[in-house]
Design a protein around this ligand. Structure first.
Ligand code: DGY
Length: 329
């Protein structure tokens, strides 16, 4: 078929192979870096479909300029980088890759929770530097996890998977959600839906799993840190801007909370000044979905989403059915 697709970063081969079976041209960004906005605009010209990354800004201007565009397949579950409303207005379908990265991201949240509360990264630094002087009763004491309260902000797929893993540590689970009660968490864990203030006041570990929207930007700032226990830990594997990162630096520096485990940042890949100098934070470079299995499945899912739209069929994970209706009408 004469379809023309551009992929903004190298992705696993499975999805690319699938696209090549159906589309005449499948070009991939040859650089091992994100394209600048202008480069992306240039590369997008004349394409029927794009596979985009969370670091690509797909705004109204780009959607307006690329008249040939039928579908934007975001290679991520989060899609705050895409102006879905503008795409819908222009009849361009937007898709994402939910489900296949749920477990890898929930595991990452737990990895950060363990790392920060048991001071593993700090200990690694000390040991590598030859500063480990032998076992000592008061050396690098962390916080226990068993029996504590876990607060889940945003009990969707990943938040639910994160919470389910707490069974092994017999934790009490509180959660917030903007939708209905989470029946799985309530029935399996006796979890309670609470308001954000209650969750902040009562939790020992707080894990963020809400998408970034205008409502959730800076959801956690100075006021919220002040409500949290001094012994609590904050974990973020969702999107950096859900936290006011400058306020987090202050909260960690002044020991308003005990620590944080972060996989995401407000202005990736930049960090707010002072963050990297703090010992009570573990910093991962956005690795939530970074397993071979998840990334392979994401590539297949993105390809399937594109192929369905090009065939005028309903893609497996469409974010704006209205655009699909316009397109197939
Ligand atoms: C997503 O899919 O939104 C993740 O952040 C990618 O790792």
């Amino acid at each position: 078929m004469s379809f023309n697709v551009f992929i903004t970063r190298q992705i696993p081969d499975e999805g690319v192979a699938l696209l090549r079976k159906y589309c005449q041209t499948v070009e991939i960004n040859p650089h091992d870096r994100p394209l600048t906005y202008d480069e992306l605009l240039e590369k997008a010209r004349g394409r029927d479909a794009l596979i985009t990354m969370l670091s690509d800004r797909i705004d109204d201007r780009l959607l307006h300029e690329i008249k040939s565009l039928k579908v934007v397949a975001n290679y991520a579950v989060g899609y705050d980088n895409v102006d879905v409303k503008a795409a819908t207005g222009r009849g361009i379908v937007v898709t994402n890759t939910p489900g296949v990265l749920t477990d890898s991201t929930a595991d990452m949240a737990w990895a950060l929770l363990f790392s920060v509360s048991r001071r593993i990264v700090e200990g690694d630094r000390i040991t590598r530097a030859g500063k480990f002087m032998g076992w000592a009763p008061l050396f690098l004491l962390g916080g226990d996890i068993v029996g504590k309260t876990l607060g889940i902000i945003g009990a969707g797929r990943i938040g639910t998977a994160m919470a389910m893993r707490s069974r092994g540590w017999c934790m009490k689970v509180l959660y917030t959600t903007h939708t209905n009660k989470n029946a799985v968490l309530e029935e399996m864990l006796g979890a309670q839906k609470v308001d954000l203030d209650t969750l902040l006041r009562e939790s020992d570990f707080i894990s963020i799993h809400t998408p970034l929207t205008e409502k959730t930007r800076h959801l956690i700032g100075a006021k919220e840190f002040a409500m949290m226990k001094k012994t609590s830990y904050l974990i973020n594997t969702a999107r950096g801007a859900v936290i006011d990162e400058a306020a987090l630096v202050e909260a960690l520096r002044n020991k308003v909370i005990a620590g944080a485990g972060l996989d995401v940042y407000e202005e990736e890949p930049k960090l707010k000044p002072g963050l990297a100098a703090l010992e009570n934070v573990v910093l991962a470079p956005h690795l939530g979905s970074a397993t071979v299995e998840s990334r392979n499945k994401m590539s297949v899912m993105a390809a399937e989403n594109i192929i369905a739209v090009l065939k005028k069929q309903r893609p497996p994970h469409c974010l704006n059915l209205e655009a699909l209706v316009k397109r197939t009408a």
